[in-house]
Design a binder for this molecule. Sequence first.
Ligand SMILES: [Fe+2]
Ligand SMILES: [Fe+2]
Length: 302
Amino acid sequence: MQTSYTYASALAASQRINWKVEDIIGGGKRLDFDKPFMPEALARVSAVDLPAREKLLLNQIRGNGYLYLFGLVEEFILPFLLDHTRPRLTPDDARCRAFLQFAGEEAKHIDLFKRFKAEFDDGFGTACAVVGPPDAVAKVVLAHKPLSVALLILHLEWMTQRHFIEMIRDDTGLDPQFASLLRHHWMEEAQHAMLDTLMIAELTDGLPEAEVVAAVDGSLEIGGAFDGLLKQQAAFDLDALEKASGRTLGEAERAKLHEQQHQAQRWTFLGSGIGHPNFLGTIGQISPASRKRLEEIVPVFA
Ligand SMILES: [Fe+2]
Ligand SMILES: [Fe+2]
């Protein structure tokens, strides 16, 4: 497959950007719980029939789950990257350094998101349950073929780009500290999307299309399991909302809200990535039939 990305340029860009966790969280940098954390395009809490205070609480609960789920997926991305890099440390030094830098950045993001969660738990005042644990999820994901996992990661990286550029960057109403975390994360993820594309090119070099189709099946299987986690997370989020607001939702109200928030989670983590033009562009190069199949799936997760 064709790509204009190179290991050397991705490495150079990531070295220019590289930030420290301490520069962006802790000390005087605090979350402002009077402000929303998530853009409405992902949270989708405006349209629901809730008092303004509960909408704000649900938005912040979603923000907590959003960063937690990033940390969760990064816990399988990190070992996957190391496994992919290890068999070919030479002779391409730029390749080796770019993948190790990528792995180091994901380890840093995992650390950042854990520190965020501790600060959130402290400031929000209500415990918010989350799906997982990450090591159990990683075990299930990493049992699939490397190409299935690599395609899933490519999807996640382009998804992150889309969230920031289309939905977060111009939203001036968000809590500045939360927006700063998302901006710093996005800056490093841009190189990850390039490196994932190069990884897919390596993994599919000389591979018959039937094997790509089978790998896409594997990715969709992981996506289906992830959808189950998103449904569970949406339920946890409503439990947290009830606790934080002190109001129990009516049965019909809760069922409606759960369906609506599950769909919002599906759009956030599945639809917005699967439908990304660059993700579909790469898939189209290695298997035109798979691109068509994925395009047909996107509306389910919109
Ligand atoms: Fe990351
Ligand atoms: Fe990443």
